[in-house]
Design a protein around this ligand. Structure first.
Ligand SMILES: O=C(O)C1=C[C@@H](OP(=O)(O)O)[C@@H](O)[C@H](O)C1
Ligand SMILES: C=C(OP(=O)(O)O)C(=O)O
Length: 410
């Protein structure tokens, strides 16, 4: 499949969508379950390739573990294989081998892991050669590169002889993902202390208890539906399986979208999205919810709502450099993402009319580029290149989109 051409809907949208499960919650539950000896009953396991890859690699005896492009799978499995004393070679796509992992490797080495870099210092592929506890149970770790290093250490912490104390240094990004990790650990019977004034986390040595656990639907995936409702002329969509009191920080999309013309009405089944009047402009700090930035940037560009963004530095080391990718593709819609203060403040605004010819959006091997730009199709025909990228987190995305409008492969 080369590209998908999304056509604007011919009729008012009124539908319900059963969202995919959260790959973030799922990958944590899978690691915890592995540490309980695979005895917990997990329900609503995510179909996302990142989670399916985690499942496959946890069950595999092969020495090479290829995570493809899954960040959490790479980081969580590195910690898991290290402390369970497994000899493994961790690798992934060329892009995965450009995403830094030195901070996690340094922390695991401090605890007693023998890890070598196969090619470039600080980056996968990694060679894990076993674990001998060093007697050190305190690690310092930078908080603003990726929270996944911190979650990886927390997940394996109960199985360390003396648990762990993690001192986070500097700013902490993606904090709700750290809290998600801690809350899921608690759901499996493990204690923790988190002091967010001193940014110190402590997990004593203990054992996870085998527990039935249901994974919630994916709030990051929900964000595309909010954008669809915001951009369509007439739309009402009920998203099933989401909770108002969610473990996922990306549930912030409900508040963000209240400024972009969508209200959220929580029901027993999930959340009902309805159109309301939008605000004239919006400013948002994406430090806690980096995966929402692309959805919100595209939606604001199309609604002609000026958007000020902060907290998007970590976007540069994700599936692609998302700042650059957004800059290049927003231009094709007649909009721009401009850096106002170096590495800090950015602004999205409209600089020209939407083009007369159908824009073709390049997706840079990034599922979120495809899913964030497809809602433009609610207003104008749009081509999305390499649409298969969505399998990373939301394999049913195009089938779900077919419930509200037509699209064709071209
Ligand atoms: O822990 C997680 O499940 C995730 C944490 C975030 O990454 P960073 O901590 O690298 O920002 C997020 O972008 C990613 O999609 C999932
Ligand atoms: C950044 C993401 O994933 P990961 O870092 O786990 O590859 C994402 O899904 O947007």
């Amino acid at each position: 499949m080369k590209s998908i051409l999304v056509h604007p809907p011919q009729n008012p949208i009124a539908t319900e969508i059963k969202l995919a499960a959260s790959k973030s919650e799922c990958n944590r539950a899978l690691i915890i379950n592995a540490l309980t000896g695979f005895t917990s009953e997990l329900t609503n396991i995510s179909e996302a390739r990142d989670s399916q890859t985690m499942l496959r690699l946890l069950a595999s005896d092969e020495e090479t573990a290829d995570v493809i492009d899954a960040g959490t799978t790479m980081r969580f499995l590195t910690a898991y294989f290290a402390v369970t004393n497994q000899k493994k070679r961790m690798t992934g796509t060329p892009r995965m081998c450009e995403r830094p992992i030195g901070i996690l490797v340094d922390a695991l080495r401090t605890l007693g892991a023998d890890i070598q870099y196969e090619k470039v210092e600080g980056y996968p592929p990694l060679l894990l050669n076993g674990f001998k506890y060093s007697g050190q149970n305190t690690v310092s770790i930078r908080g603003n590169v990726s929270s996944q290093y911190i979650s990886a250490l927390l997940l394996i912490a109960p199985s360390l002889p003396e648990g762990i104390t993690i001192q986070l240094e500097g700013e902490v990004g993606s904090r709700p993902y750290i809290e998600m990790t801690l809350k899921q650990m608690a759901a499996f019977g493990v204690d923790y202390q988190a002091d967010w004034h001193t940014n110190t986390l402590h997990v004593p040595a203990s054992k996870y208890k085998s527990t039935p656990y249901a994974i919630e639907s994916d709030w990051s995936g929900a964000s595309y539906w909010y954008s669809i409702v915001a951009l369509a002329e007439n739309a009402e969509v009920e998203l099933l399986g989401l909770k108002e009191d969610s473990l996922q920080g990306d549930s912030a999309i409900a508040e963000i979208m209240s400024h972009l013309g969508v209200e959220s009405i929580f029901t027993e089944r999930g959340v009902l999205l309805r159109k309301i009047a939008p605000s004239p402009s919006i400013g948002w700090d994406f430090t806690d919810c980096p995966d929402l930035a692309q959805t919100v940037a595209v939606c604001c560009a199309m609604k002609n709502i000026p958007l000020s963004l902060t907290g998007i530095e970590s976007l540069k080391i994700k599936e692609t450099d998302r700042v650059l990718a957004l800059q290049q593709e927003l231009q094709k819609l007649g909009a721009e993402l401009k850096e106002i203060e170096t590495n800090h403040l950015y602004r999205v605004s409209r600089i020209a009319d939407f083009p007369d010819t159908t824009p073709s959006i390049h997706t840079y091997d990034d599922h979120r580029m495809a899913m964030a730009f497809a809602p433009v199709g609610m207003m104008h025909p749009i081509l999305i290149e390499e649409p298969g990228v969505v399998v990373k987190s939301y394999p049913g995305y195009w089938n779900d989109l077919a419930k509200v409008t037509t699209w064709e492969e071209v």
